[in-house]
Ligand binder design. Sequence first.
Ligand SMILES: C[S@@+](CC[C@H](N)C(=O)[O-])C[C@H]1O[C@@H](n2cnc3c(N)ncnc32)[C@H](O)[C@@H]1O
Length: 325
Amino acid sequence: MKSQILTAIEQFQIDTDLGLSSSPAYLRPKYFYDEEGSKIFQEIMNMPEYYLTDAEIEIFELNSKKIIEHISLTYDEILLLELGSGDGIKTEIFIKSCIESQLQLKYIPIDISSDILDELKAKFKINHPEIEIDARVGDYFQVLESLKQESEYKNVPKLVLFLGSNVGNFSNQETNQFIEHLKNILDPKDFFLIGFDLKKSPSVILPAYDDPRGITRRFNFNHLLRINRELNGNFDINKFDHHVSYDPLSGEVKSYLLANTNSTVVIGSIDKVFNFNKWDSIYMECSRKYSISDMEKVASDHGFQVLENYFDRNQYFCNSLWIRK
Ligand SMILES: C[S@@+](CC[C@H](N)C(=O)[O-])C[C@H]1O[C@@H](n2cnc3c(N)ncnc32)[C@H](O)[C@@H]1O
């Protein structure tokens, strides 16, 4: 049987149908990031409550040179691949350090949102015209698999970045599949720098996902509005409340939209009707917090060696540098 390549909109239809038909209902977080969602996420990164960005910026300011030293021991040139780059705000700090340390690089930011990649390219063109950028729009592994087929990128030393606690959005099973897949794509002695948000007081964690100005609430509702825009849906966001919880045992922050009344939603492009009873939930996103031992277990379970862990001054966040064994 021929494998069928789906368009982005067909995949969005299938995933939305699957998620809303499940019990309990869920939506996949990768669809947060249309043009509007990417803009709202930039607002989230600027919120005082969203400690993750400041912590990671501090880590790069304090440690970029140390990360580069590990790489420069073996290589003077590297392919810098970034999974879910967003606007590359932290990567820019690292790249400035690479330029100062004369580590040659080519930068391949990969993101599902073409709008945010356009913004990244425009910014780098002004700030770092000397850096060669080959931005790729698409899903992480679809792009990585296609890069693997390109002769230009075969047997070239790589540093893969996966920043901003993107890994926290995965379930344990998805994390294992993701890291295993990455191991199979990388060559021995390739590097991987991954961000983990660490377990800490719920009083610090919760406002980052449920802020008093309602920016995170808007981010979640934008997913429903995107379904209205792109799949001809008729969600009424006033009929849902945003709710966030933190479980200190599992380290999971979970975001939900809860129906505050009975409602019926029609999604025209998939010809489906979904009924919500009062207090039914739609599970929107998990953002998992890690302990150091959780993190190191993920590395060792999947053929990576931890070279060094880097922390911000508050010890809120960790960027962990791994090497593929
Ligand atoms: C939480 S933001 C983090 C952005 C950036 N890494 C940072 O730390 O500031 C997640 C980014 O990953 C992208 N993304 C989410 N799921 C993706 C997927 N499956 N494939 C490619 N990009 C994805 C989103 O568009 C978004 O820009």
